[in-house]
Design a protein. Structure first.
Length: 197
């Protein structure tokens, strides 16, 4: 039987989960991020170089490990691209080590605008979001109207509002990171399955 360990935070963040993952990673073949968005991130330092990871699992620094961004993650394509380009410039091969769920939802500029507007409307009762659009993206995910990473693969077919089928998908639900040059298609996803990674 294969061993799976899960590291969960019981607070709002900044608990040191990333540090625990860094210590345990050498003992595992796969490091997966299964939920969350690009908040403050996890700062690492190797050989005098500082790296801040907001979306990409820290196992990327351990050679030969498969790193997964799961379907529960909300991914900001702009921040992801910056993060990926920084890692690529320092010699880390994301194409060989990183898989991204096609069902991970994308944070769009409208989500950031909604986040700011919702927070401003609450006045003194505001909750103190990061303003990065994470909450509104999860709202779209739950209401099944958001744009997912897989939509970038077939933008021409993404012209109708998504309606979920009831049968699970038999196709692959992850893809290899092929390029940090992804851009949101700007349209809705076609009728697809609701199975998860």
């Amino acid at each position: 039987m294969k061993k799976v360990d899960v590291i969960l935070g019981l607070q709002w963040g900044d608990e040191g989960k990333g540090k625990v993952v860094d210590v345990l990673t050498p003992s595992y073949q796969v490091v997966a991020r299964f939920q969350g968005g690009p908040n403050a991130g996890h700062t690492l330092e190797f050989n005098g170089e500082k790296y801040v990871l907001r979306s990409i699992p820290s196992g990327i620094f351990q050679g030969g490990k498969t790193n997964i961004i799961g379907n529960g993650v909300v991914l900001d394509p702009v921040l992801f691209r910056e993060e990926a380009e920084g890692l690529a410039a320092s010699g880390h091969d994301l194409r060989a080590q990183l898989c991204i769920s096609k069902k991970a939802h994308l944070i769009l500029p409208t989500h950031r605008a909604l986040d700011a507007a919702y927070e401003a409307a609450k006045g003194s009762a505001k909750i103190g979001t990061t303003g990065k659009g994470i909450g509104p993206t999860y709202t779209d995910k739950i209401s099944r109207t958001g744009i997912r990473v897989g939509d970038l693969l077939h933008p021409a077919r993404s012209t109708t509002v998504r309606r979920r089928a009831t049968k699970p998908s038999c196709g692959a639900s992850t893809m290899r990171a092929t390029s940090p040059n992804w851009r949101p298609a700007g349209s809705r996803r076609p009728n697809t399955s609701s199975s998860s990674v």
